[in-house]
Ligand binder design. Structure first.
Ligand SMILES: Cc1cc2nc3c(=O)[nH]c(=O)nc-3n(C[C@H](O)[C@H](O)[C@H](O)COP(=O)(O)OP(=O)(O)OC[C@H]3O[C@@H](n4cnc5c(N)ncnc54)[C@H](O)[C@@H]3O)c2cc1C
Ligand code: FES
Length: 283
């Protein structure tokens, strides 16, 4: 059992609890935001970077990141892409419907090590969902951190997640926030940058001795971003990555999520780069 799940009994690791959908909000044509609360009134008890196993009777189970910060009381949120069986069924649900939740599971972002540091929060595509939990945490506890820089890349303006949050972070004096899209098409209403998220890194002024970069995005993003960060002098012990693997149990039993000797569901999904960079197939 990981340190994050030691408070759970063996049985509660496997037993879903009921969770009511409080609101469903369209984010893009393919992604929706679900605001939820546990039916028994307890807080979820998660930390930024953790995930839950969501179940729907007859449709199965899937790991989904918590997209809101534990500092926001009374509810938690998930940004869900319609990817297949379970997530398509979820997209049909409405406020008042009930789903099953196991968790929270996994190793979170290591807040004690992030405190006092300048944070460079880089995400791509759906990676903004787990990153949003950390960003909201920083927003609610600004005194705990140095400078806060958000970089986000999406495929297109239509694919950009959490547009309202991005606009608020751009307007906030506490964050430096830049975003980009891979491409625009005629008729798009868009005023940000065009290009890969890596292009946002070279202009930044970074103090490599007091900066931690946190990366969440598609696998293709990691190598290119890490290369740019190295040019800025950031070592692997100052780079955090969150990895996605096919998962079944979520609690270190089935072996579906392994990266060599590591279980992504328990040892991760959050890793320091120096823990995994030499492992085959990790990045
Ligand atoms: C720790 C973790 C956190 C995640 N957080 C989120 C999140 O916040 N929001 C979100 O929308 N999605 C997230 N995902 C991805 C999500 O779990 C999958 O999209 C989901 O399992 C699909 O379930 P399904 O039944 O709808 O699709 P299925 O019908 O099971 O599969 C549809 C397709 O997606 C592929 N697939 C399933 N799981 C994965 C995976 N882990 N990686 C790559 N391909 C996969 C399948 O092979 C298949 O081709 C996360 C995954 C992990 C491991
Ligand atoms: S998902 Fe079963 S061991 Fe990780």
């Amino acid at each position: 059992m990981s340190p994050q799940t030691t408070h759970m009994t063996e049985a509660s690791l496997y037993l879903p609890v009921n969770c009511e959908i409080v609101a469903v909000i369209d984010l893009t044509p393919h992604e929706k935001l679900f605001r939820l609360r546990l039916v028994d009134g307890r807080p979820l008890g998660h930390l930024p970077g953790q995930f839950v196993q969501v179940s729907l009777l007859g449709w199965g189970e899937a790991p989904l990141s918590v997209a809101s910060s534990p500092t926001r009381d009374g509810y938690f949120e998930m940004g869900v892409r319609r990817a297949g069986t379970l997530t398509a069924a979820m997209h049909e649900l409405k406020a008042g419907d009930v789903i099953g939740i196991r968790g929270p599971f996994g190793r979170p972002f290591e807040l004690p090590k992030l405190r006092g540091q300048d944070l460079l929060l880089i995400s791509g595509g759906c990676g903004l969902a787990p990153m949003r939990s950390l960003i909201q945490y920083c927003e609610d506890r600004p005194e705990e951190f140095g400078s806060l820089t958000i970089l986000y890349g999406a495929k297109s303006p239509a694919d950009t997640l959490f547009k309202d949050d991005l606009a608020a972070w751009e307007a906030s004096a506490r964050f430096a926030c830049s975003r980009t899209v891979d491409r625009i098409t005629e008729g798009d209403c868009y005023s940000g940058g065009v290009g890969l998220v890596t292009a946002l890194i070279p202009p930044l002024e970074i103090d490599p001795g007091r900066t931690v970069a946190v990366l969440v995005g598609p696998p293709v993003m990691y190598r290119a971003v890490v290369e740019e960060l190295r040019k800025k002098g950031l070592d692997s012990d100052r780079i955090v990555v969150s990895l996605e693997r096919h998962m079944r149990c979520g609690v270190g039993k089935c072996g579906h999520c392994t990266i060599e000797h590591l279980y992504c569901c328990q040892d991760g999904p959050v890793f320091w780069l120096n823990e995994i960079e030499l492992l085959k197939g990790a990045l």
